[in-house]
Design a protein. Structure first.
Length: 271
């Protein structure tokens, strides 16, 4: 067997978790990542018949049956992932129509997957219906997006438009906008179901007074989505108390649609 710590997907996961911590998005044990893997990616590194533990998931997701996920652990600190990946990360295979997760590798200290595992898996299932290439769900606590939920209306159209107006690239990076959930108890099936529903129409879902969920086809795309939204929120928080003399107009955003061959979410721009 090859050394799994040298697998490209493992290197990418470790780098991403470290980068997220260095950005200040994942304090203490805040935040979590799940990366869907193909069996062919995992097979050269692990004995797939060797199951260390079977963990009830607490939900049903038949569309994920048989799929593999590299996922961060509950109570684990992102700052430690680069130093002890085999303790802070795990690879699980979903079985029994989503009701069981078989631990194939990792969580060497007896730990388990993130407490937000239901929200992750439900979001994966939702995004796969929209985009079969989706492989990543990422949750973190970006400072400015979190702050913005205290001082800005949580109306999704207004929240999205404000972010679009802060930075020219925003409408290009996330033309479908962002969806927003009011404060809900984390780590429950209820917030997982609500997030998954929001994921059907956008790759970014803001959890008010908590953080954000992002989804994408790889770790770079998903990180970049959150990074772009967070930059826009940072600009907003710096100028929200000041009179705004200039902005990016709807007419200018229509020009961006034409230039970059994208389409803004229906009804979010004036015709």
């Amino acid at each position: 067997m090859k050394n799994i710590l040298e697998a490209p997907f493992m290197i990418d996961m470790i780098r991403t978790a470290t980068n997220m911590y260095n950005h200040g998005w994942d304090e203490r044990n805040g935040g979590n990542i799940s990366l869907m893997l193909e069996e062919a990616e995992v097979a050269p590194y692990l004995d797939l018949d060797s199951v260390k533990l079977k963990i009830p998931t607490g939900f049903t997701a038949p569309e994920l049956d048989g799929k593999y996920f590299l996922v961060t652990g509950t109570g684990k600190y992102f700052k430690n992932v680069q130093y002890a990946p085999e303790t802070n990360l795990g690879i699980v295979r979903i079985t029994a129509y989503g009701e069981l997760a078989e631990l194939i590798w990792g969580f060497n200290d007896g730990g388990s997957f993130t407490s937000e595992f239901p929200a992750h898996m439900m979001s994966h299932a939702a995004r796969l219906k929209v985009n079969p290439e989706n492989r990543v769900v990422m949750h973190c606590h970006p400072t400015n997006l979190l702050a913005m939920t205290y001082v800005h209306t949580l109306d999704e159209r207004e929240f999205t438009r404000t972010l679009w107006q802060m930075c020219t690239e925003c409408i290009v990076v996330f033309p479908e906008g962002v969806n927003v959930l009011p404060w809900m108890l984390c780590g429950t099936n209820e917030i997982g179901e609500a997030t998954a529903e929001k994921m059907q129409t956008a790759r970014l879902v803001v959890w008010a007074q908590h953080g954000i969920y992002g989804a994408g086809k790889d770790l770079d795309e998903t990180f970049g989505l959150i990074e772009t939204a967070e930059k826009a929120a940072e600009i907003y928080m710096k100028i929200a108390h000041l009179p705004r003399l200039n902005t990016i107009t709807d007419e200018q955003m229509h020009l961006l649609e034409q230039r970059f061959h994208i389409k803004a979410r229906e009804g979010y721009l004036a015709e």
